[in-house]
Design a protein around this ligand. Structure first.
Ligand code: AMP
Length: 224
């Protein structure tokens, strides 16, 4: 089983993707995390994408295709893709890698732009293990998991975030349409507290699998 999680930066794809992947027994792959890992390890891939990622632009489709081909080749279970595909070209690359049966499903985690701007403005991540720390008033200064300092991700800087949102808005509709055409898109309202979104997501995905891909578009909230 292969699932794609779509949504704006800050929609909660990381947190929800990890939970959904665990529930479905598939591997969670965040292409953003893979790229940040390569940058932190200063690999040739990391060096080649650093400026692009730090400016909030999309890494070229060919580079992403190479990275995802390695992930798919090394996978021993299904995969939940978080942050891939982001362009129609990437949809086609993924589809040709997985064959006619995949990806099975794309879930659009729908959160309005104003909400993600507010979430990302407050978001802090662990500088060592990448875990997302609490936001808002009275937030911790250290990671609950490893004790390292929490910091703002370089591409969560407000100016960079606007570019990332711009890249998302340019590509989101064609990508969603690509999945809708193949009757493999569901949309889930991603607003509200984390556990409520998880419950909504689990229920919508379970309903979709039970109904064997009918109807073509199941929406649990209005598209923003
Ligand atoms: P994310 O953590 O998913 O928000 O990704 C962080 C950054 O990694 C993005 O702003 C892009 O620069 C890059 N990136 C991640 N996934 C992709 C992708 N599928 N296509 C192009 N660039 C990507």
């Amino acid at each position: 089983m292969h699932i794609v999680l779509l949504g704006r930066p800050g929609a909660g794809k990381g947190t929800q993707g990890e939970r959904l992947a665990k529930r479905l027994g598939v591997t969670h792959v965040s292409t953003g995390d893979v790229l940040r890992g390569a940058m932190a390890a200063d690999t040739p891939l990391g060096r080649s994408v650093r400026a692009t990622v730090e400016h909030g632009e999309l890494v070229p489709d060919t580079v992403m295709g190479g990275l995802v081909a390695e992930v798919v080749a090394g996978a021993h279970s299904g995969i939940l893709f978080d942050g891939y595909p982001r362009t129609v070209a990437q949809c086609e690359t993924l589809s040709s890698m997985l064959g006619p049966c995949g990806p099975d499903l794309a879930v659009d985690l729908d959160v309005p732009a104003a909400t993600v701007l507010d979430r990302v403005r407050r978001r802090r991540v662990c500088s060592a293990c990448g875990v997302i720390g609490p936001g808002g008033m009275g937030r911790a200064a250290a990671c609950a998991q490893c004790g390292s300092a929490l910091a703002r991700r370089i591409d969560d800087d407000p100016g960079v975030l606007l570019r990332r949102l711009g890249a998302y808005e340019r590509e989101a509709t064609p990508v969603a349409n690509w999945f809708a055409r193949t009757a493999r898109l569901i949309r889930v309202d991603g607003t509200g507290v984390v556990d409520a979104v998880t419950a909504r997501l689990n229920a919508t995905v379970a309903r979709w699998f039970e109904s064997e891909r009918q109807p073509a578009l199941a929406v649990s909230g209005p598209k923003t």
